[in-house]
Design a protein around this ligand. Structure first.
Ligand code: ADP
Length: 319
């Protein structure tokens, strides 16, 4: 293989740059040329290609976001669109591709493989909702960002003796809410995976209040409930001043944690190794301290659930 391409697609995640850097540098180490595709699958349609050098990935390992930019692309969902994408890559002389992104990006990688383009996928999403890997790139950073925000909000919650509802990202998955909630000492956690009862939340708050707890922090995953409605109800049912804080897009940004930089570096390098070994349709995964790979189609058909033990633990530790 003499020339490969790399792209980031879907939602950006801190650590994607470390993965791009590892792909580019590992390939160049093995005398393979690298093309950077800007704006994900959209860039394949528009031939938005740039030649990558050792220098083009200098000084990016500590930066959030993705230097290759990212986008969503509806044209890629049609078979004509995907054929055009592969034709554009072939015209450029590209013989293999590394894609970095979430579930949709991984599904796209399967389609590119079917069209004969060797493709390796790296799971990059803050949501951690990709099966078969203990972590996705960006997840560790977002957890740390959310815990930092909980700590800050706790200061004002304590001073004003208020209840705070904090909405965090995660689409249909409660990973961020659960792990950041547990690490941040939240009084209650509301996630889509576990049916919740508002009366239990209210009971927890009142119990804490009776023993002199000056504040309560409730973490809510965005996909679980309407946080605005929930905040109003909590306020009415407890009679306590209750505020809602939606963390929003600050969760996506920021310098990647050491863990995400390591994950990006290891997966990026391994993606190139796999391409050079003639592999395709493989997804990188973290298994303990090991980087492994699985067939993408098989991997995404598996289920991934939150650790229910952690949910129970959060309940015990917040009494
Ligand atoms: P993420 O990769 O973060 O989950 P999206 O779900 O938006 O983000 O997917 C990113 C892009 O991947 C989409 O804009 C689309 O071009 C492509 N994609 C998504 N789903 C599929 C699919 N089932 N088949 C082929 N391509 C897909």
């Amino acid at each position: 293989m003499r020339k490969i391409a790399v792209l980031t697609s879907g939602g950006d995640a801190p650590g994607m740059n470390a993965a791009i850097r590892a792909v580019v540098r590992t390939a160049i180490y093995y005398d393979v040329e690298v093309v950077g595709v800007r704006r994900g699958y959209l860039g394949l349609m528009e031939k938005d290609f740039q030649r990558m050098s050792l220098g083009s990935v200098a000084d990016i390992i500590h930066r959030g976001g993705t230097i290759l930019l990212t986008a969503r692309c509806d044209e890629f969902l049609s078979s004509e669109g995907r054929e055009k994408a592969v034709a554009n890559l072939r015209e450029e002389g590209v013989e293999g591709l590394v894609v970095i992104g979430g579930d949709g990006t991984l599904r796209g990688a399967i389609e590119l493989h079917k069209l004969g383009l060797p493709t390796i996928a790296i799971p990059g999403t803050i949501d951690n909702d990709i099966p078969c890997t203990a972590a996705t790139i960006g997840y560790d950073t977002v957890i740390n960002t959310v815990v930092d925000s909980i700590d800050k909000i706790r200061d004002t919650a304590t001073s004003h003796e208020r209840v705070f509802v904090i909405e965090v990202m995660g689409r249909r998955s409660g990973f961020i809410a659960l792990e950041a909630g547990l690490a941040g000492g939240a009084e209650s956690i509301v996630i889509p995976e576990v049916p919740f009862n508002i009366d239990t939340v209210v009971k927890n708050i009142k119990r804490g209040n009776r023993r002199g707890k000056k504040h309560s922090i409730i973490i809510v995953a965005e996909g679980a409930i309407d946080a605005m409605e929930f905040t109003k109800e909590i306020s009415e049912k407890t009679g306590l001043e209750t505020r809602l804080s939606i963390l929003g897009y600050i969760q996506r940004g920021g310098s990647p944690s050491a863990k995400d930089r390591l994950l990006g570096s290891r997966m990026g390098a391994e993606a190139v190794n796999l391409l050079l070994r003639g592999e395709s349709k493989k997804m990188l995964a973290m298994d303990g301290e090991m980087i492994r790979n699985f067939d993408i189609e098989w991997a995404i058909s598996q289920s991934k659930t939150i650790h229910l033990d952690d949910y129970r633990l959060a309940g015990i530790l917040s009494i």
